[in-house]
Design a protein around this ligand. Structure first.
Ligand SMILES: CC(C)(COP(=O)(O)OP(=O)(O)OC[C@H]1O[C@@H](n2cnc3c(N)ncnc32)[C@H](O)[C@@H]1OP(=O)(O)O)[C@@H](O)C(=O)NCCC(=O)NCCS
Length: 166
């Protein structure tokens, strides 16, 4: 397994992943392909956001792919925290392909993302999840997450917040 950056080579795998996605909202949202004229336009936007753009802080996206070049999971690393990210989003957002869940891939992609954070010099990494997301909370704790105060969003959603120190 390895991390790769989104590029045209991964277009079909990225689209297949989205076909499998059952929830209305894509996670992480930066992998959502809706509204782009084509994949090149998506990649161009991702590149611009990568160095920071308006509400988007600098970020890096990766796919976790297996030996057969199948995309198993996705991760978005935010290099700094805006107010929103400090309360809700955290430094790292990830998801695992619906057909590949409960096989340890979230635990693996978060571990790999933490190594990237280390290289970026982010020593205290904030990772969050909604309070009903047991799988994500377990993933964070398994990677060393220490829980901080939760944050209540306006719609009543409670966000659990964990710090992972390197
Ligand atoms: C949450 C999510 C990332 C977990 O991915 P995963 O690859 O299934 O997680 P892992 O296999 O690494 O499992 C990590 C731990 O959580 C547990 N777990 C995973 N899904 C679970 C679930 N739905 N309910 C209860 N426990 C769960 C696993 O059993 C494992 O614990 P264990 O080692 O004690 O057995 C995945 O379900 C997903 O992509 N969900 C939608 C997007 C999302 O919620 N992203 C996170 C945003 S904060």
């Amino acid at each position: 397994m390895r991390l790769v950056r989104p590029s045209v080579e991964w277009k079909n795998e990225h689209e297949d992943y989205i076909k499998e996605w059952e929830e209305p909202r894509m996670t992480p949202s930066s992998f959502n392909l809706a509204g782009y004229e084509n994949y090149d336009a998506y990649l161009e936007t991702l590149k611009i956001r990568g160095s920071g753009d308006g509400k988007w802080v600098p970020s890096t996206n990766y796919f976790l792919v297996d030996e057969n070049d199948r995309v198993l999971a996705m991760v978005d690393i935010r290099h700094e925290l805006s107010d929103y990210l400090h309360n809700v989003g955290g430094h790292i957002g990830y998801s695992v392909r619906p057909t590949e869940r409960r096989k340890g891939y979230a635990t693996r992609i978060l571990a790999e993302a933490l190594k990237k954070c280390d290289v970026l010099g982010i020593r205290r990494v904030l990772v969050t999840c909604n309070d009903d997301n047991i799988g994500s909370a377990k993933t964070i704790v398994k990677n060393g997450g220490v829980e901080d105060k939760s944050f209540a969003e306006e719609d009543g959603t409670v966000v659990r917040r964990f710090w992972i120190e390197s």
